[in-house]
Design a protein around this ligand. Sequence first.
Ligand code: NDP
Ligand code: 2IT
Length: 450
Amino acid sequence: MADILNVKVNEFMAKVIAKNPGESEFHQAVKEVVESLMPFIDANPKYKEAKILERMAEPERVIMFRVAWVDDNGEIQINRGYRIQMSSAIGPYKGGLRLHPTVNLGILKFLAFEQVLKNSLTTLPMGGAKGGSDFDPKGKSDNEIMRFCQAFMTELSKHIGADTDVPAGDIGTGGREIGYMFGQYKKLRNEFVGVLTGKALEWGGSLIRPEATGYGSVYFAQEMLATRGDSLKGKVCTVSGSGNVAQYTVEKLIQLGAKAVTLSDSSGYIYDPAGIDTEKLAWVMELKNIRRGRISEYADKFGCEFVPGKTPWGVKCDCAFPSATQNEVNEDDAKELIKNGCFVVSEGANMPSTPDAIEVYLKAKILYGPGKAANAGGVATSGLEMTQNSMRLPWTREEVDARLHQIMISIHQTCVKYGTEKDGFINYVKGANIGGFIKVADAMIAQGVV
Ligand code: NDP
Ligand code: 2IT
């Protein structure tokens, strides 16, 4: 039986690879989902007959465009802009914009594909999309960022809208960039609408949206630990990245009595065995969000170790929160984590663990929350921002946080429902993939062949 299913997965993937050559991250994301889903689809032939998987692996629309802008030296710069509108089965397209020199079509297609199932898990009515550009924000002046964002939005504005497609932040896109993009959209369309999320409070943003991904990933870890009668109190935690997701992961860990001991950026990681406390975290936020400096400065400031060119997975911990980028935990890292006693991995980043690393977690039967479940709090709170925009009424911090928390609990329950195996082990990969799939698939069947 398992062999026949394997053959089916391989046949399916051969077609995806032939049709999308060179897009290795997209192949990786699709394969993980198809492996989880094949037994379920085999048992529910209506999904096979409607060719749901084949349709889901084909974006509804891909938009690629030139972004031309002028830098501070008067030189013309050319970047490539993208928006992948993957699925509108259960709501308007929704997903972030990544600004990073590594951005390419395959990376954005993997992110958009993940987003479809993630958004479905949130319980809110959102389709899936992703976009961005190979623009590198590092070292750019504020004016250059603004000119790029305006040029990018000049084209993107033709394809998005509050009821069509609602972009948000991701790597390299935070409150500043969303502000410049929103300003340009408003100028071009003469409409003040909720076309982007992650806006500032004064002009339609939601409380807790900046915190949401990190908080959500910690809430998810809390739920996973509760299945074993355990909690985060006193747990030693490694966190990678030092951007939006990592910062608020550390903030929530501190609030819950855990000890975060690492942070990183693309230059290396810091290890602070005493723990990153509230004061040190405030300093990191100023460093990263205002001064836009490097995490190595933390080691100089607080007298701890900086390890250049490495990820923090060799540091002994109970729980790990990969919160930087895709494929940042490989098989050896996963083995090292488990050897050192780590038994919780909650993914703030999208697809941070390689397929081999995931195999190591599942074999060791640790509590492993894959990104599409564990980091869904960010987009869920974007959904709450859309709701508030539609009502033209803001909620309090407590109200949004309570809704976010409840959504993470509900995502966890969905994973338990579809992922619990015969021996009681909760396979969150399977649970998240099947749980996210059903709603989208049923909507696609109901809406006919479109
Ligand atoms: P930020 O741009 O705020 O921070 C990104 C962090 O990751 C930085 O510390 C950056 O270091 C590091 N990083 C980025 N690329 C690499 C790389 N190739 N190698 C090593 N380090 C890298 O982004 P976010 O915190 O918003 O996003 C982090 C992750 O979380 C991403 O995977 C994103 O897709 C995911 N995510 C984000 C959500 C959100 O709401 N923002 C929601 C759900 C998931 P450096 O500064 O040196 O580049
Ligand atoms: O990967 C993600 O879920 C995000 N970057 C957030 C998307 C959103 O629309 O808030």
